[in-house]
Write a protein that binds this ligand. Sequence first.
Ligand code: SF4
Length: 649
Amino acid sequence: MKKPYMGKILMVDLTGRTIEEEAPSEQVYEQYLSGVGLGAYILYNRVPAGADPLGPDNMLGFCSGLLTGTGSLFSGRWTLVGKSPLTGGWGDANCGGTFAPAIKRCGFDAVFFRGISSEPVYLYIKNGRATLEDAGDLWGRDAVETEEHLKERHGRKAAVAVIGQAGEKVSLIAGVCNDGGRIAARSGLGAVMGSKKLKAVVLDGVQRVGAHDPAEMKRLSRQCIKWVNFPLPLTSARVFARVGSFLRITPLAFPQDGLLYRSILKKWGTGGMNQASVEMGDAPVKNWDGSNRDFPPAKSKAISPAIVTDRQIVRYHCYSCPLGCGGICVSGGKYQRTHKPEYETVLALSSLCMNEDLDSIFYMNELLNRAGMDSISAGSAVAFAIECYEKGILTREDTDGLELRWGNTEAIVALIRKMIRREGIGDLLADGTRIAAGKIGRGSIEFAVQAGGQELPMHDGRNDPGFNAHYSLEPTPGRHTIGAYLYYEMFQLWKRVKDLPKPGMLYTKGDRYTVDADKISMVAACSKYMNLANAAGMCLFGLFVGATRTPMFEWLNAATGRQTTPEEYMEIGGRIQTLRQAFNVKHGVEPRDNFATARALGKPPQKEGANRGRSVDIEAFASGYWEQFGWDGATGKPTAETLGKLGIE
Ligand code: SF4
């Protein structure tokens, strides 16, 4: 029987310069699949409690998904894992492009690093043979330049994951890049790579990935493609922004079908929501203190999806993706070509900082991608600094002469450059807002909008409390790619998994703020489903089409030859979530310390705009959510009984 996993992982000790292969047991693959599950299994067992995230005991793993390469669609995400220097707890981040299948083509499901190299190095794997190579000539180069250089050296087919200057300078908001500027941005794991003096991982292999039933894999993929291509006419970007205004005004809400969002992604990419999100109260404004009124259509038209997409010269598809939400754009200025700025980047650098200059956003997007710095955290740090400056907490002397005012494009760009170089005020901000506020003091912590140290993404949890629940309760806090009420509606999990609640056909928006058993089940189900997806290597956007149309459960069965039920798969997702939470507990993270900051929770509520009067009772979510996983309802710590049942020591 052909298996969808390679059955081997690679362990690289950078201190001792040893490279060893290991073969995880069948049981590990059965219980954790691969991807984030395999990563959590290895790191939970091998990173000692209290290990310094930037020290030799921390590990960094590059993990492919179980479904990657098996013929299933949307399965090109790879997951980076490690102890996060930003939160002090479990860290992971995932990314698309072509790197995930390259890991498997080299014959491994994952590659792990421990130790610290004395000199900059990169790992090169060619046809299963791994060597550590000198990276002295690459250190100091940006991520895109380094990738190009390595492809010239090792051939265009090589897949490269690399850090830029942000990782080298151990900025705690650094990520790891591949495919010319796509980035596994969150959790600050680029800093872990930089601390290990590991510049890049270069993969060039030809091994094939198996599947138990390739014909069934193909049949399921054909069925899924029909839904991806299902015609659904979309209106213009201008009208769509007005839809956002309508969604703000109407007191009623209805479950949304992901087919609509799929059409938006196809037409404009994630940026399709740029303006509508501001209008409906989904996008935070002015460091989460403003509202849609501060960034009305007259301002947000600068980031209209149509205008952003006008610069696109070709669509970009990750490996095995029929949707292609990415784009390669003409950037102008120094950089001719750039990846289309994603929604998160655009909003973090526009509404959050009140910046209306699209050219500057394209430019900063490329700067950040090349430096390998998380644009969510970078934009949030800029907005935080502006608010501190506007309130007199920071002065011109502190900012190296920068006039940090809302919407001052020149100062915003200059600050981003300083953060990348860790220069002056930029050095202070390059480790995120919580650490910066700790150093600045004078009440600035109030303006550091984050959860557990990680800056919050551009989806306002006062608009959809499901976001706030995940921001606060995820083992990697501040994560927007796990769940929200909107996601639950689009996943349509109740159609596949027994006993999950079906959202009402029409409900009042006020209902969203009352926490009850159904809502807790929805939030927990999203967590389980997305852990499963991240173990399988699936893209969230593919799953938005709905669990009956994007057949992840069926693909998993056809790939493995097992007859696992959706409920059993959700248990696997729950096991991975428990292991990630147990990792946090092992490393001394108190689950309550990960709750989002008061402003993000609507405490006190805003007085005007789309989210006026709204606040989220995170305590009401917490105990019910924790109990859904068999964790202590009072502390959020997995109980001994649950760990025993799951076979976790
Ligand atoms: S939907 Fe977008 S992010 Fe997801 S796999 Fe496709 S191109 Fe990549």
